[in-house]
Design a protein around this ligand. Structure first.
Ligand code: FES
Length: 199
């Protein structure tokens, strides 16, 4: 690498660093402004619902968006993945999600409004790590039908976020409140029935 190239690389790094620091400054500057709002406006801003375009999520693909500072997993499940939900049921701690957190409209085997689109809060119910998306059959262990694997202490969840028996996580991944605005747009954090959700 020539001196010129090194200089260019260093300049880029410094520029990038300055941008990040500038970004942090902007965030810090925003908080006094936020603090000056009334508690109700501030609460609404921090917990505001988010609209997510799901039209580009291919079958088998997951995207992650942020809501209330939490990762929200949105997965477009394939027909095979939906069939796998029945196959793994006997290995799950709470296959009917009776002890788990989900709105009533997601209280079904798919844990979703429409079977193919899954919406979950992506925080492990053990100690709060963010599980990895492992959709490939057999990618975690023999008989694995796809799902989420938490590398922190080995908790496993199926393709509906239902936790396996024999792992440290006690509960299924929660489903946040959400609704369909139209076929390709969902709103997370407001289900239109109970206002902004408390999940
Ligand atoms: S935090 Fe996920 S297994 Fe412990």
């Amino acid at each position: 690498m020539s001196a010129d190239e090194m200089d260019t690389g260093r300049r880029r790094f410094l520029t990038a660093t300055a941008s990040v620091i500038g970004g942090i400054g902007a965030v810090c500057a925003a908080f006094p402004f936020l603090a000056s709002w009334t508690p109700s406006i501030r609460a609404r801003a921090l917990g505001a619902p988010i609209d997510v375009d799901i039209s580009k999520i291919e079958p088998g693909q997951k995207i992650t968006v942020a809501w209330r500072g939490q990762p929200i997993f949105i997965v477009h499940r394939t027909r095979e993945e939906l069939d796998g939900l029945t196959i793994v049921a006997e290995h799950l701690r709470d296959p009917l999600s009776q002890e788990s957190v989900q709105p009533t409209y997601a209280d079904n085997i798919y844990r979703s409004i429409k079977p193919d689109i899954l919406v979950l809060i992506g925080i492990c119910t053990h100690l709060g790590c963010v599980p990895l998306y492992k959709p490939e059959v057999g990618s975690v262990e023999t008989g694995w039908e796809g799902g989420f694997f938490c590398p922190c202490h080995g908790s496993k969840y199926d393709m509906a976020g239902r936790v396996y028996k024999g792992v440290p996580a006690p509960l299924n991944l929660p489903v946040p409140p959400y609704q369909y605005i139209n076929d390709t747009l969902i709103r997370v954090g407001d289900d239109g029935q109970q206002g902004t959700g408390a999940a």
